[in-house]
Design a protein around this ligand. Structure first.
Ligand code: HXC
Length: 258
C-alpha cells in the first residue's frame, strides 16, 4: 500500500474502507496520519467508482487522540504559526459521505475526527471523550463545537471540563451516534450501510449530505430555502427521471450520475 499509517481497501459496491493503523500508539493522530488521511479522502472523493467511505480504527481504539508525544514540545508560534490541525478541515470538505465506525477509544482528536464524519456507527465497546483538559489544553479540531451541537451544552461542557468518557449507550441516548452494533459486526455493518448509500444516485447523495450539513450553518428559513433549491435542482438530473420511472415500473433504478 502507498500508506504507512492507513490501510485503504475498495470493497464491492463502491465502498472505500479506510482503517487507521498505528496500533502501537492506539492510532494517535500524528502529522503522517493527517497527510495520509487527506490523500486517501481526496482520492476517494475524486474516484467516480466510489460512493461512500468508512473510516475505522482497531477493536481497542478508533483513535486515542492527537499524538501527545508529537505535540509535547510545541510552543504557541509552532501551533498558531502553522495553524496546526487546520489540515483536518479537508476531512469535512469531502463531498461524498464518510461514516465513522468507532470501536474502543475515541478520545480527544479521535472523538473530534469521528464527529467530522457524516455520522458515527458505534460498537458496544465505544468510548467517547474530550480529555484534553487533563493535559492542560482543550479540543483543537472542533470538539467543543461539534460535541455541543451533537449532545447539547450540559453533556459537552461536563465532558470537556472533567474529561469523563461516555460509553456507547450514553452516546446513543445523547444523539452522538446513529446506532450501536455488536463490536464483532461493526466494520461489516458499516460497510453494508456505506454500500446502501453508494447504491443511491450520486448527485442525490451529495445534495442530501450538503443540505443536512447546512442545518448546522444557517437559520431555519435560510436552511429550508437552501434545501428547496437543491431539491429543485435535482429535477434537472437524468437520475431523477430514471428514479421515478423505476418506481412506477417497479424495478431498481439504474443510475448514470448525471
Ligand atoms: C501518543 C498515545 C496516545 C496519544 C495512547 N498512546 N494515546 N501516544 N498520543 N494520544 C500510546 C501510549 O503512550 C502507549 O505507548 C500506547 O499508546 C498504549 O497506550 P496505553 O496508555 O499503554 O494504553 P492503556 O493503558 O490501555 O490506556 C488507553 C488510554 C490511554 C486510556 C486511551 O492511552 C490514554 O489516556 N491516552 C491518551 C488519551 C488522551 O489524552 N487523548 C487526548 C490527546 S490530546 P507506549 O509507547 O508507552 O507503549 C488531543 C488534543 C486535541 O487529542 C487537540 C487538537 C486535536
Amino acid at each position: 500500500s502507498q500508506y504507512e499509517t492507513l490501510i485503504v481497501e475498495q470493497r464491492e459496491g463502491g465502498v472505500t474502507l479506510i482503517t487507521l493503523n498505528r496500533p502501537q500508539a492506539l492510532n494517535a493522530l500524528n502529522s503522517q496520519v493527517l497527510s495520509e488521511l487527506i490523500a486517501a479522502l481526496e482520492a476517494f472523493d475524486a474516484d467516480a467508482s466510489q460512493g461512500c467511505a468508512v473510516l475505522t480504527g482497531s477493536a481497542k481504539a478508533f483513535a486515542a487522540g492527537a499524538d501527545i508525544k508529537e505535540m509535547q514540545a510545541m510552543d504557541f508560534a509552532a501551533m498558531y504559526g502553522t495553524n496546526h490541525f487546520g489540515g483536518y478541515d479537508r476531512v469535512t470538505a469531502t463531498r461524498k459521505p464518510v461514516i465513522a465506525a468507532v470501536a474502543g477509544y475515541a478520545l480527544g482528536g479521535g472523538c473530534e475526527l469521528a464527529m467530522m464524519c457524516d455520522f458515527i456507527l458505534a460498537a458496544d465497546t465505544a468510548k467517547f471523550g474530550q480529555p484534553e483538559i487533563k493535559l492542560a489544553v482543550s479540543p483543537g479540531m472542533g470538539g467543543s463545537q461539534r460535541l455541543a451541537r451533537a449532545v447539547g451544552k450540559a453533556k459537552a461542557m461536563e465532558m470537556c471540563l472533567t474529561g469523563r468518557m461516555m460509553d456507547a449507550a450514553e452516546a446513543e441516548r445523547a444523539g452522538l451516534v446513529s446506532r450501536i452494533v455488536p463490536a464483532d459486526d461493526l466494520v461489516e455493518e458499516a460497510v453494508k450501510t456505506a454500500a446502501t448509500i453508494a447504491g443511491m444516485a450520486p448527485l442525490a447523495v451529495k445534495a442530501n449530505k450538503e443540505m443536512v450539513n447546512a442545518a448546522f450553518e444557517t437559520g431555519l428559513t435560510q436552511g429550508v430555502a437552501f434545501e428547496r433549491r437543491l431539491f429543485h435542482g435535482l429535477f434537472g438530473t437524468a437520475d431523477q427521471k430514471e428514479g421515478m420511472a423505476a418506481f412506477v415500473e417497479k424495478r431498481p433504478g439504474n443510475w448514470t450520475g448525471r
